[in-house]
Design a protein around this ligand. Structure first.
Ligand code: GLN
Length: 304
């Protein structure tokens, strides 16, 4: 369908009528206070246009979507060597599960479950101080979004630190298997801050375009890296609901417990959707439904 704005308007109207909106994440207190009635979506096109519907200019905590950006930096820094730190298979388990780490000697299954993301941050940091790496990460995200007005929400970062014992357990477990090269508290401090990056759908859709590529899109992420990152998003970007997301949407995407989802439609567009209520697997409920509808109306699933 060529009338993309018409598609977005239709999705916006449909989502506004939804009464079952899932449940807002409660284990990070500032996230629990976000109004679940909100819904926003944006589609950034290679020609520079960004189409939107709903609360597309309202900022939210990107949470695990940040894992896509740190993976890009880690691959840029280590190349193929990165894969000795983290696997590339779906986990079939919850995002914060520790089960598989014990079975597999502390080597996390993929860069998007929490354990793998913590190991990815460790690899991407190299031996830089958290502040130095976070500045590099922010400048990468700002360049991808073509927007300097992107910041870390310190209150969210502090809250994650205060409630992050499970992430601490994952990190110490990996450290006990000599999987981390930086001190655990430094890696976790960096991870908590990256998750607290605050963006809106408009900015996130433009950043997603860096992973989608397309005519005239600046080559911030090389074609070879895009191919790998998109395949990981497709297979692991929604944790134990990745199969369902591929089945319903058929596009590479990465979710966060803040209710955002970043999607790359290869060669076509960067897409972002946000609605804070989550489904049982911790992914945005309305966000997933909106993308299902979008893929159906546009025919943009990579599976035809
Ligand atoms: N900061 C969150 C955590 O580490 C990110 C989880 C997510 O978005 N799925 O628990």
């Amino acid at each position: 369908m060529s009338d993309l704005q018409g598609v977005l308007d239709r999705i916006g109207l449909t989502m506004a009528e939804r009464t079952d909106r899932g449940r807002v994440a409660s284990y990070i207190p500032p996230l629990a206070r976000v109004d679940p009635m909100q819904f926003g979506m944006a589609v950034a096109l290679p020609d520079g246009r960004t189409l939107t519907t709903g609360n597309a200019a309202t900022g939210f905590s990107i949470q695990s979507i940040s894992k896509v950006f740190t993976l890009s930096l880690a691959l840029g820094r280590l190349g193929e060597g990165f894969w000795s730190h983290v696997g590339r298979e779906p986990s079939g388990q919850a995002f914060n599960s520790i089960l598989q780490l014990e079975h597999e000697a502390g080597l996390p299954r993929n860069p998007f479950i929490n354990a793998g993301a913590i190991a990815t941050t460790d690899a991407a940091m190299a031996n830089h101080e958290p502040k130095v790496f976070l500045a590099e990460l922010l400048s990468f995200v700002r360049a991808a979004a073509e927007d300097e007005d992107i910041h870390i929400d310190q209150a969210v970062a502090d809250s994650e630190k205060a409630t992050g014992d499970l992430n601490r357990a994952l990190a110490f477990f990996m450290a006990s298997h000599d999987r981390l090269s930086n001190p655990v508290e430094k890696v976790l401090g960096t991870y908590f801050h990256q998750c607290a990056i605050h963006m809106n759908c408009r900015q996130l859709a433009r950043a997603a375009l860096a992973f989608a590529g397309g005519p005239g899109v600046p080559n911030l992420v090389s074609e070879a890296r895009r191919k790998r990152i998109n395949s990981l998003m497709m297979l692991c970007g929604h944790y134990d609901a990745s199969g369902d997301f591929a089945f319903r949407v058929g596009l590479p995407g990465k979710s966060g417990v803040g209710g955002g989802i970043l999607v790359a439609a290869p060669g076509r567009a960067g897409i972002a959707v946000w609605s804070p209520g989550l489904n049982a697997q911790g992914n945005s409920k309305l966000g997933t439904e909106a993308l299902d509808m979008f893929a159906t109306l546009t025919g943009w699933s990579v599976f035809g």
